[in-house]
Design a protein around this ligand. Sequence first.
Ligand SMILES: Nc1nc2c(ncn2[C@@H]2O[C@H](COP(=O)(O)OP(=O)(O)OP(=O)(O)O)[C@@H](O)[C@H]2O)c(=O)[nH]1
Ligand SMILES: [Mg+2]
Length: 647
Amino acid sequence: MTQVVRTGDKLLTGIQAFSAWKLSIANEIKRYRLWLHEQGLSSVDLDDRLARALRAFTTDRILLAFVGEFSRGKTELINAILGRHYKMRLFPTRIGRTTMCPTEVFYDPQANGPYIKLLPIQTRSSAIALSSYRRQLEHWAHLDLDLSNTQSLQRAFEEVAKTREVTIQVAESLGFEIQFLESSSKKAGYVHIPAWRHALINIDHPLLRMGLSIIDTPGLNALGLEPELTLSFLPEAHALLFVLSADCGVTASDFAIWNNHVKDLAARSNTALYAIINKIDLLEDEDALYPIDVQEALNRLVRFSAQQLHLPVENVLPLSARQGARSFVYNDNDLYNTSRLANLEDALATSVITSRQKALKNVTLKEVIEIVDTSLVTLSEKRSALQKEFDLFNRNEKDVEVELVGLTRLVRKEQEKHNQRLGVLQEGKVVLEQHLGRINELVGIEKLDWHFNRAKESMNNSVSFGAAAAIGIFFQGLKLDLRRLRDEMDAAEQTAQKIYQRYMQQLEQKVDIKLPNVDIEQYINEFTELEKQAGPYKNRFGSLLANQEKVFEHFFDTLAREAKNVYEKAREDASRWCKQVLVPLMQQTLEAKKRIDDQLKRLDHLQMIDATRDTRLVEIEHQLEELVHQENFLQEVAFCLQPVELS
Ligand SMILES: Nc1nc2c(ncn2[C@@H]2O[C@H](COP(=O)(O)OP(=O)(O)OP(=O)(O)O)[C@@H](O)[C@H]2O)c(=O)[nH]1
Ligand SMILES: [Mg+2]
């Protein structure tokens, strides 16, 4: 008798917990932002930083990518992962090549219902990048999906898998490598190519709703065809599942895909890499002539594959996607257990979510916590100033005149200090603007265009010069710029340090305001990674076929666009840093200014009224009470922002 699959879905609960965490942090940021506005303590720069942090927490998504030779069971594995909810296998899988184009599966909250969008293959002959097509949806064919009607679903997916027959020349001009294509059985000199270049599938599923998106890739040497896949999609993936089959282990063609496109991604800290040994059910053969110890055979296969791919053994997971998918269709708990799908779900739940959370914690959340801490520091400054005023009033019995003198002296002193601090800030701003100017010279847009055009020129001479060399020189130029930028930022950091020191000297009490840091080295490393990812293409285009110039141009444009993103991120980071490095000090100054204004108002009062001592004391007491409330509020926000472990 079959049982309902009851085992807890760790992937779903993990993602739910992660979403809930992101939502709670986003709420705290909103609360704090509102508070700053209400207190008149917000500034454009500060608000901009908080808005960016908020965006990071509300738009964050998790991307799973499936890569491997054809027929290894990538699509079936996606069916298994999504199957728990649908109780059916959504995507078609069959022997031979099934998935013909990279297919993204996600949830689009703006859509009216589920759909498939398909980008025609001919678009490969234009120089427009896939990412631009993604913004121009009019180029895509649109099919509505009806998840309740199996026949209509089948028809829709048949369309995705459609091929066309074209001449070898046309296939070559679209960038296909002929050796990987099936020849036409009817027309000589014709080959089959996929009808579509890319598919976007929007369906409603609890995992997808919570920000998970999936990219399925065809085995048909697709990674070699679409540079954007290897250069931008896969490096963005948070988990990459490299699918193998238990009946053949790591074959030469699996190994080629691994070496050319996947291996280098292992070095990226945001990508968890797993090798899946699929189809373990095939090892169980009850009629086998020579029965084997299945468990032992599997252990050996796992160890051997881990060794071949240089992966830790824990990252090699044997399972049966087919049994996993079937277990949900038939509600069969035993089958689910036999499939070992849970091992993958658990691994994804922990590793992917933990690393995603870590990334958000280490950068964005840290920045927010620092801003809140600065607010807390200014509040405590304010409190100690009020306390002083309180003591002053308390000491001087009845004599308003004395109080007046005392307070005037205090205000004057504070104002003087404030002016000195303002002076430091203004001078600092001027020097930082000089750094900013130099940054724009060092890594300005014109500079980037210059590198790009120079590379393009040498590309045009690529027959003699060599495309690989031109790409090498392109990256060298970019890296040199960033090294200069890094030196400039070192100098800017020293400048800022001096400003901080001078500012701190003008403070009444010792406060702990941290200088934000900037890291340009990471972008230099990103260039190195990108160049590595481009390696297989460089080799492929070493000797260029006459009709592949378009394809090469497309590849180079993609590469240059990715490089441009990195270059621009570095420039933005550097210039944002220059513009915002003084924000914590400004935040502090703003608060001090507000305090002085309050005291000035009070002085006005004192001058008008004689015996105000008692009322002033009561007032200060009220203000101190109010401050305690505010501090409690901020402490609560700071507490809620403290990182928690999700698993
Ligand atoms: N026995 C067994 N067969 C499987 C398993 N997973 C997938 N298959 C079969 O293997 C064949 C290929 O599966 P797909 O999921 O289409 O493979 P793919 O990797 O997506 O292949 P392409 O889309 O062509 O790149 C199909 O006939 C599946 O039914 C499994 O765990 N066990
Ligand atoms: Mg497939």
